[in-house]
Design a protein around this ligand. Structure first.
Ligand code: DC
Length: 225
């Protein structure tokens, strides 16, 4: 079977990370979490005292970003310059920062080649907002995963609680709506489904059901090409 590129785009909290991780494991594929790259840029900028509104300075950080991934158990660890930043990049503050830095065209341009390099050769599940539209437009299997916003807020609260961050549901819901609005209305690479993406609503499906339906389509596409 051909090792294809699978893209999973969609809004925050739709279950992309869990589905992408499960699907990658099920297929024996690598996992490329592109949101983690934008989060890493936001974290490095914050530590350097660089405002997230400064596109040119954030793009310089993006060009010099030394990022790597490592799967340990079922956790995808993210390293910047050798430091494990997996927890530091998931705080609500860095989430907002990632959304802000990702709106700059020069930041997106700086990260495009990096993402393509990390996904080169296929056999990869790529997760993000524009991976099927911009980063890998010729990916063999594209999905747009979504869920209603209250369900997405509930999942985000549970996910943050699991990593030791207690957050308020109403506040999380508001932040999710704000972030969706910014991610889908920005001028560059807005979050929209690719024309050839399969749209999957995960609101009422379990993780296993979603993973299985995606895996079935990927397997069909890997044989057909
Ligand atoms: O998937 P995530 O929550 O880790 O993404 C963090 C932010 O990064 C999100 O608000 C939008 C941005 N992002 C993007 O613009 N393009 C991507 N391919 C992935 C993430």
């Amino acid at each position: 079977m051909k090792q294809v590129v699978v893209t999973i785009d969609g809004p925050a909290g739709a279950g992309k990370s869990s589905v992408a991780k499960n699907l990658a494991r099920r297929l024996g594929y690598r996992l490329l979490d592109t949101g983690a790259i934008y989060r890493a840029v936001a974290l490095v900028a914050k530590r350097a005292g660089t405002p997230w509104t400064d596109g040119a300075a954030c793009a310089r950080i993006a060009r010099e970003l030394d990022i790597s991934y490592d799967f340990v158990g079922d956790k995808n660890h993210v390293f910047v310059a050798g430091e494990d930043v997996s927890v530091a990049i998931r705080t609500p503050e860095v989430s907002q920062g990632a959304s802000q830095v990702s709106a700059h065209a020069e930041v997106r341009a700086a990260l495009l080649e990096l993402q393509r390099r990390l996904g080169a050769g296929g056999g990869v599940v790529v997760e993000g907002r524009d991976t099927g539209t911009v980063v890998f437009p010729s990916a063999e299997a594209k999905f747009f995963l979504t869920a209603n916003d209250e369900e997405r807020a509930r999942r985000r609260v549970a996910e943050l609680a699991a990593s030791g961050n207690q957050v308020d549901f109403e506040l999380t819901l508001r932040e999710i709506r704000e972030r969706d609005e910014r991610d889908s209305t920005r001028d560059v690479a807005p979050m929209v489904p690719a024309a050839d993406a399969v749209i999957v609503d995960s609101s009422t499906q379990t993780l296993d059901q979603v993973t299985e339906s995606l895996a079935a389509l990927v397997e069909e596409r890997s044989q057909a090409r």
